[in-house]
Design a binder for this molecule. Structure first.
Ligand SMILES: NC(=O)c1ccc[n+]([C@@H]2O[C@H](COP(=O)([O-])OP(=O)(O)OC[C@H]3O[C@@H](n4cnc5c(N)ncnc54)[C@H](OP(=O)(O)O)[C@@H]3O)[C@@H](O)[C@H]2O)c1
Length: 341
């Protein structure tokens, strides 16, 4: 059995997360006990939320400790099993971390799930994974777009935003995506088939919103926070719904970011702003996965996967999210599926 290569947290970031926050380790792979399986990582999911897990403060998950393997969602393949639920060769999704080998404990490991036969691991971490599901529940349960309403999505070319925006389009809404760069904006209009896209790196977002949303914004799906949130708050329609999914513009901030200066607009427009965590909807993941799969089969959902190669590149792949270099769901391929294990 080869060594287990790992990335552990070496130092907490101050401001921007850097490669130096992580250290490379090699050790013997873990040995599964009764009721456990040894799994080998195939793909890692890179997520903006990882930046928050590096902070030493209470959150929805405990902080990753110094010296601990970096937490991360993954698709892995069972190598050896002492658990009746899993057999060698099975593909599983779970929180296996930035390492080659991990232990899966059916019924006890965070988010562990055996993938149905034939499911593409890249889809399982992307459009059918937590980012796709976040777009689904955030848009449909909280945003609730109605036909003809105006919906704005930030981070719209990313893994979560692209699905949220297209679900609003499928509901019959008029959808405007906000993203960084001409290429991403072109993708939003020509592949995701949104009504318009705003390149926030190119000019003032509030002027573009005024032009594209003359009747105001009914639903805003926010992935970024900061000045873009403030610009949207300035142009709400009555009874608007703001879905707070994330706020990546401030994840690397050293000081708490200033709040939007125009929150009073929520009062004036009788609007509602609500945050959510996708894991709270776990009981309905099967329903959402079936619906997203049906939209994929019908050609209704465009999605992109950005695959970087090699466990050694995990910190670099994480940084791509904060630099806007990822096109769609950011994954890292660690190993290829074995047909005989
Ligand atoms: N609530 C939940 O349960 C939940 C679940 C999953 C994800 N999320 C949140 O959803 C958001 C998107 O996550 P994702 O995994 O789908 O990532 P993603 O959108 O695929 O990638 C991150 C994107 O953020 C944009 N970005 C980076 N810095 C920015 C800045 N300063 N201002 C504006 N945009 C910036 C970049 O796109 P541009 O090139 O367009 O700048 C980058 O490509 C994050 O805020 C994440 O925390 C929440």
């Amino acid at each position: 059995m080869p060594q287990n290569r790992q990335w552990v947290l070496a130092a907490r970031p101050v401001g921007r997360v850097t490669e130096e926050c992580f250290a490379w380790r090699e050790s013997a792979p873990p040995v599964p006990a009764a009721g456990e399986a040894l799994v080998r990582t195939l793909y890692l999911s890179l997520d903006p939320a990882m930046r928050g897990w590096l902070e030493d403060r209470p959150s929805y998950l405990p902080p990753v400790q110094i010296g601990e393997v970096m937490r991360g969602g993954a698709v892995a393949q069972v190598v050896e099993s002492h658990a009746p639920e899993l057999a060698p060769g099975d593909l599983v999704r779970g929180t296996f971390g930035w390492q080659d080998y991990a232990i899966a404990r059916p019924g006890r490991s965070l988010g562990l799930q055996k993938l149905p036969t034939g499911v593409d691991p890249e889809l399982a971490l992307g459009v059918l994974g937590l980012t796709g599901l976040s777009g689904y529940f955030g848009m449909l349960d909280i945003g609730r777009p109605q036909p003809g309403e105006t919906v704005v999505v930030s981070g719209a070319a990313g893994a979560t935003g692209s699905i949220a925006a297209q679900i609003a389009r499928i509901q019959g809404a008029h959808v405007i995506g906000i993203a960084g760069g001409t290429e991403k904006c072109d993708w939003l209009v020509h592949h995701a088939r949104l009504d318009a896209a705003i390149d926030y790196k190119r000019g003032p977002v509030d002027a573009a919103l005024r032009e594209l949303c003359p009747r105001g914004i009914d639903v805003y799906f926010d992935n970024v926070g900061g000045p873009i949130l403030e610009a949207v708050l300035g142009q709400l329609a009555e009874r608007a719904r703001i879905v707070l999914c994330g706020g990546i513009s401030s994840y690397n901030a050293t000081e708490p970011p200033p709040g939007p200066r125009n929150l009073m607009n929520l009062v004036l427009k009788r609007a509602r702003m609500e945050g959510f965590l996708v894991m709270d909807h776990a009981a309905r993941f099967a329903e959402a996965t079936a619906q997203i799969s049906a939209w994929l089969d019908a050609g209704e959902l465009a999605h992109e996967v950005d695959i970087q190669e090699g466990l050694e590149n995990a910190p670099k792949a994480l940084l791509r999210l904060f630099e806007g270099r990822n096109t769609g769901k950011q994954l890292l391929r660690v190993a290829r599926v074995q047909t005989s294990v």
